[in-house]
Design a protein around this ligand. Structure first.
Ligand code: F6R
Length: 261
């Protein structure tokens, strides 16, 4: 099962995420990282940017793959995930733009884009560390309930609760695209380490399903239970429906330091 780490707040989570990222990049300067968008990882990206700059760490060879992109938003739209990744990750971390990949959401080439994305991830040697958020619907990437646990990158229809949640980034709810291109659950499971983050009470049900529920396509987040190295970092609110929270705290508090996360 996943390792569950219950932290005080997003800043404490960011400290753990940043430590894992820095350790990876020091060990493997051309590491391949998987990037989630949305609000959840922002504190981690900010702290990582600060630490990279403070340490003068060379990240010019780091490669990255975003989880997903909206279909039909031009890349230059401020809410396209290409724009978000540029603004929140490439620029502050000073990554090499050509080494950071986002699925191509242009409807004209979408079939090829999905297959090309899988090919590019494989050609890079796979993803070393995948940052994940989780939606209220239980989605990881944009794999909404019902997504095959073996799925690869493809077009999906966004669930209406997801569109409603993401309306905060757009002028109106109607502006949120209806479709996306997303890494599949099978794609995500190939990453060597999954780091799933969730904060706040709205994520508590999805986290309980992901960590302790039955493994099921109906609960896409539960696929992490199939992964040999998945770490779930949550605040108290997001952990509030976990049945075994006391055990997770005990295990974390007694974890030998050399094990890392
Ligand atoms: C984003 C993604 C989604 C989000 C999820 C949570 O690239 O794949 O799974 O991680 O919708 O979004 P936030 O963090 O905004 O609550």
């Amino acid at each position: 099962m996943a390792e569950v780490v219950i932290v005080r707040d997003e800043e404490a989570a960011a400290t753990l995420v940043t430590a894992a990222m820095l350790e990876l990049i020091r060990r493997k300067p051309d590491a391949v990282v998987g990037l989630a968008t949305g609000s959840t990882p922002l504190a981690s990206y900010r702290l990582l940017a600060t630490r990279i700059s403070d340490e003068g760490l060379d990240v010019s060879r780091v490669r990255a793959f975003a989880l997903d992109e909206y279909v039909g938003l031009p890349p230059q739209h401020p809410q396209s995930y290409r724009s978000v990744i540029t603004r929140e990750v490439i620029e502050p971390l000073r990554l090499t733009p050509d080494l950071v990949h986002v699925p191509n959401g242009d409807p004209a080439n979408i079939e090829h884009s999905a297959a090309d994305y899988e090919t590019a991830i494989r050609a890079a040697g796979g993803i070393d560390l995948q940052i994940l958020g989780i939606g209220r619907t239980g989605h990881i990437g944009f794999n909404e309930p019902g997504s095959s646990l073996a799925s690869l990158t493809r077009v999906k229809t966004l669930a209406e609760p997801t569109r409603a949640d993401n309306a905060r980034f757009f002028a109106s709810a109607a502006d949120v695209p209806t479709h996306c291109i997303t890494q599949g659950i099978g794609t995500i499971l190939r990453a060597r380490h999954l780091l799933l983050l969730a904060f706040g009470p709205a994520k508590a049900g999805a986290i309980a399903d992901a960590v302790e529920g039955p493994v099921s396509a109906t609960r896409p987040g539960s696929a992490i239970q199939l992964h040999p190295h998945a770490t779930v970092i949550v605040d108290e609110d997001a952990a509030s429906q976990l049945q075994h929270a006391d055990y997770y705290r005990h295990a974390w508090n007694n974890k030998p330091e050399w094990q890392g996360i």
